[in-house]
Design a protein around this ligand. Structure first.
Ligand code: ADP
Ligand code: MG
Length: 303
């Protein structure tokens, strides 16, 4: 069966195995990931791609900070837009045939409670002294075990504003890369105007929303583990293969999936199926083909 599949690519599709993100590392990782995508295209499937951008945004933030006395630092939403373009370009170069990148904005609610309590760490660790300097510029920094790190809000994605452009390109036969890094976060003022905000959006939650908007039949979340596990990291770890939404929801509520890593993937898979999507799969990037047919990964289907 010909599927319309949205593939969310994690960090391992864009950086070396050790997380290193030099331009060469990124190009190599993207080429490897696109080879897997090419196999799906050869089978006649329609593909929409989205991706994370954590290490890339981290690098841009560091450059901003180091050069702050020379060039005005740009806001976080600009950094997000820049990474959509660079990562998207690497993907275009590695994809066969017609492909396009859509700079994608994701609407968030300015009243989202996440803005009052920013918890998502971004960029590198700094000393307390440096952290204080950036706090004076209006940023929020927190102390972690390894040092001080900037934290920003990670609000709920409400709407993928450029989804119609993605659909139009898809209908013309393009492989579309969209909503990279969860999309550029924007808020809408009462007068209707849009404005970028200093926040990051979880790429898996945005992927679920985009998959729904473009009427994807399958959402595949490609990462660096073969599937989601119950009791991950314990001697009782149990791989989850076929799992009913209610059972997965119960495991999620019981805290089996770490926040910021597997948690949002499970949430995204559940939401996509709850929205009416046929199937969501969390799988290793190397198992992409088998994940699409439901032969590999954690497979969530409507019941
Ligand atoms: P990506 O960059 O692909 O988005 P993440 O690092 O955010 O990947 O999430 C994948 C990671 O989630 C795995 O490498 C694993 O260490 C971690 N993880 C946390 N809880 C679980 C779980 N219950 N089952 C499987 N992996 C888990
Ligand atoms: Mg990762």
């Amino acid at each position: 069966m010909r599927e319309r599949v949205l593939i969310a690519l994690g960090g391992n599709a864009m950086t070396a195995a050790d997380g290193s993100a030099s331009p060469e590392d990124q190009r190599r990782a993207v080429e490897k990931a696109m080879a897997h995508v090419e196999a799906l295209l050869a089978d006649g499937h329609q593909v929409i791609l989205t991706h994370g951008n954590g290490p890339q945004v981290g690098n841009l933030l560091l450059k901003n900070q180091l050069a702050a006395d020379v060039v005005p630092p740009v806001p976080l939403d600009w950094c997000g837009a820049q990474t959509q373009a660079t990562i998207g370009t690497l993907m275009l170069n590695a994809l066969p045939g017609r492909a396009a990148v859509v700079v994608t904005r994701t609407l968030v609610d300015p009243a989202d409670p996440a803005f009052a309590d920013p918890v998502k760490p971004i960029g590198r660790y700094f000393t307390q002294r440096e952290a204080r300097r950036f706090e004076r510029l209006g940023q929020t920094w927190r102390e972690f075990e390894r040092g001080w790190r900037r934290v920003v809000a990670s609000p709920e994605p409400r709407e993928i504003l450029d989804a119609a452009a993605v659909s139009a390109l898809m209908d013309q036969g393009f492989v579309v890369v969209a909503a990279g890094g969860g999309g550029v976060p924007v808020t809408r003022a009462p007068d209707g105007s849009l404005r970028g905000v200093e926040a990051v959006i979880d790429k898996d939650l945005a992927a679920a929303l985009l998959a729904r908007a473009v009427r994807a039949t399958v959402l595949v979340i490609a990462t660096d583990v073969p599937c989601a596990f119950a009791g991950y990291g314990t001697p009782q770890a149990r791989p989850l293969h076929r799992v009913a939404p209610a059972e997965l929801r119960a495991l999620h509520t019981a805290g089996h999936f770490a926040g910021g890593s597997m948690g949002p993937k499970v949430e995204a898979a559940l939401r996509f199926v709850e929205y009416g999507g046929a199937r969501a799969v969390i799988a290793a990037l190397d198992d992409l083909g088998a994940a699409l047919t439901g032969a590999a990964g954690t497979v969530v289907t409507r019941t």
